[in-house]
Design a protein around this ligand. Structure first.
Ligand SMILES: [Fe+2]
Ligand SMILES: [Fe+2]
Length: 372
């Protein structure tokens, strides 16, 4: 091992040495040990205790090495310099070199210690980080627990809310169904009131309503408009309730005076239903159902653009139904004549598109009262 004491290797491995004689006198072999210990005034030969006061009291151990009784004596962890800037182990080795019996070797371990300190510091930092991580994990666990609790609470609230919404929806549906039933029962009662006085128009309003709704469907009108037409159709002649029943049931031709009374029925119908809050313009449709586009209708003699589409449809359905059934004053001219009448006055009295839709419904067989 000592043969490694090649001076060029000393600094590289942190070994510095001096020779030791039996009088415990240290002989410098070059400057390296002196420089390492930062004692420039240390003479070439001096008591080893001057260079290493740490061995005072341990001279016997060293003498055992010098005498060959022991091969080596080691004193570890000697610190020197400000704030222990260097740290080394001192080895006294029994070894014959340059005429001396022993050699004192200093093994610098400052780097090792620094590494150990650095490792220790890193370890401490890691432990600190680990503890912080544990702390954070604990916080996260607590937050997570709160989150789970809050989620469970939200779930519970949602379920309660859903149940309430279900209940309320069910109540609203019942209420809506009742309102709808009441609505249709009211419309039917109004219709029935008229039918008692004028048996010839029994079913007339109903059939007109069916045909008018079918025409609206053929013309691709929207659902709400079609619903309005259906309800207005059911009530369109309700104003006849004000017309004396002998005029309504009178066989034969009516006088001008009698007819002028009958012609009041759209306005009377309007008066009867105008205050009902229908979601459709039912009163206006009823008021206009005898208006024709050339202005020869009644009660106001409105022309094309002044008449609502629902009233134009109702008017055509009314003519078609009236001519297809018997009346007190005449036998039914029949569906064919009714269609001919509509076609004759297409674009004159009756809206062109409405007539086309109505004719197509009958000619194609798509609509037939008998099937209803
Ligand atoms: Fe009418
Ligand atoms: Fe009618």
């Amino acid at each position: 091992m000592i043969h490694q004491f090649d001076p060029s290797l000393h600094n590289r491995f942190g070994f510095y040495y001096a020779l030791l004689d039996s009088g415990l006198i240290l002989h410098q072999d070059g400057n390296s040990l002196r420089e390492y210990l930062s004692i420039p005034e240390l003479p070439d030969s001096s008591d080893i205790r001057d260079a290493f006061p740490e061995i005072i009291g341990l001279e016997d151990d060293i003498n055992k090495v010098l005498s060959g009784e022991e091969k080596e004596f080691i004193l570890s962890g000697i610190n020197r310099g400000n704030q222990s800037t260097i740290c080394f182990n001192l080895h006294i080795i029994n070894y014959s070199y340059k005429g001396y019996k022993s050699i004192a070797v200093v093994h610098d371990i400052t780097g090792n210690l620094n590494s150990i300190r650095s490792i220790q510091q890193n370890r401490n930092e890691i432990i600190l980080l680990h503890n912080k991580l544990l702390e954070k994990n604990t916080e996260l666990d607590a937050a997570n627990r709160e989150l789970v609790e809050s989620r469970d609470e939200t779930r519970k609230l949602n379920l309660e809310l859903e149940e309430k919404v279900r209940q309320r929806t069910s109540e609203l549906k019942e209420s809506y169904d009742l309102a709808t039933r009441l609505f249709f029962q009211t419309v039917n009662s109004l219709t029935h009131a008229l039918e008692i006085r004028d048996p010839y128009t029994v079913g007339h309003q109903h059939r007109v309503a069916e045909l008018a709704a079918a025409i609206a469907g053929k013309m691709d009108l929207d659902e709400k408009t079609t619903e309005g037409i259906l309800i207005a159709g059911q009530l369109h002649d309700i104003g006849k309730i004000y017309v004396p029943s002998e005029f309504l049931t009178k066989p034969g031709v009516l006088s001008d005076e009698e007819f002028s009374v009958i012609k009041t029925h759209p306005r009377m119908g309007f008066e009867i239903i105008k205050d009902i809050e229908f979601p459709w313009p039912v009163a206006s449709i009823v008021l206009q159902h005898h208006e024709v586009i050339d202005g020869s209708g009644y009660p106001y003699g409105l022309t094309n653009d002044e008449i609502r589409i629902e009233a134009k449809i109702l008017c055509v359905a009314d003519v078609m139904e009236a001519m297809s059934t018997n009346r007190p004053y005449r036998i039914s001219p029949g569906k064919l004549n009714a269609i001919n009448e509509l076609v004759k006055y297409r674009s004159v009295k009756y809206d062109r598109e409405v007539v086309d839709a109505c004719v197509e419904l009958f000619e194609s067989g798509e609509f037939n009262w008998e099937n209803k």
